[in-house]
Ligand binder design. Structure first.
Ligand code: PXL
Length: 262
């Protein structure tokens, strides 16, 4: 059977844990055919980001034209966009209806604290998102309000959903909630809390990328948004659990996408 094709528009992580590399691993693990448009090249490993080279918008649109001109892309995710000019180019494609089932992961800051995007750039794209997946810090930056409790996560998700995206998931894997990882999903007139056991590990590099990539595949396979989001949360919980004891690099290691630890 021909696999469903999905696309990631994101930055390259030379360490293979986040960005394009994480997305392609998730796509493969969940049975989709992954294509990629690279927005920026980062030099990084598990310890942090050493350098960033944003690509020119023209190079991004060239890649987009090549992929969309040949493949039937069922769903698309965006990650690191790098510059406002690249965000604008991607938003133009979304506006023209060329990016179906769009999942926007509003990447702003890496785990290591390195800045990977700016609010103004992400805001250009959010109105076209079927699902936006900010973590707490990104939700705070986008709403200009603190997002430290579950109540504040709900308020931020509702505020962001009012501004354009059909659905917003604010992820709270880092909120201390009695051993649970709680995400808030707002959309379709409903607010839902998603719960999973919290996986205590410092090897969580690429969790946000993997979460949004998993949602993208499930949307491409035809799941409704709440089902896709719940499946993605389960995927991430399993991938974090798998890599809990890995020793890849000296910093924040990547997730286990292929069940190597089982
Ligand atoms: O997880 C956010 C992220 C997205 N994209 C790239 C990254 C990171 C975090 O390090 O490097 C390329």
């Amino acid at each position: 059977m021909t696999p469903r094709t999905v696309l990631t528009i994101a930055g390259s992580d030379s360490g293979g844990g986040a960005g394009i590399q994480a997305d392609l691993k998730v796509f493969a693990a969940l049975g989709a055919y992954g294509t990629s448009v690279i927005t920026a090249v980062t030099a990084q490993n598990t310890r942090g980001v050493d350098a960033v080279l944003p690509l020119p918008p023209r190079t991004v649109t060239d890649q987009l034209d090549s992929v969309l001109g040949d493949f039937t892309v069922r769903a698309v995710k965006t990650g690191m966009l790098g510059t406002p000019a690249v965000a604008e180019a991607v938003a133009d494609a979304a506006k023209a209806g060329r990016l179906p089932y769009l999942v926007v992961d509003p990447v702003l800051v890496a785990t290591s604290g390195h800045r990977l995007g700016v609010v103004e750039a992400v805001e250009r794209l959010l109105p076209y998102a079927m699902v936006a997946t900010p973590n707490r810090a990104e939700a705070a930056a986008l709403t200009g309000r603190p997002v430290t409790t579950v109540e504040e996560m709900v308020a931020a998700a509702e505020a962001l959903a009012a501004g354009g995206p059909a659905h917003v998931v604010v992820t709270g894997g880092d909120v201390d909630a009695a051993g649970e990882s709680i995400d808030v999903l707002v959309g379709g007139g409903a607010t839902t809390l998603l719960r999973a056991p919290r996986v205590p590990t410092r090897h969580h590099h690429g969790t946000g990328c993997s979460f949004s990539a998993a949602i993208t595949v499930r949307l491409a396979l035809g799941d409704p948004v709440p089902v896709a989001v719940a499946a993605a949360k389960e995927y991430v919980t399993r991938a974090l659990t798998g890599a809990r004891d890995w020793e890849l690099g000296a910093g924040h290691g990547p997730l286990d996408h292929f069940g190597w630890s089982r």
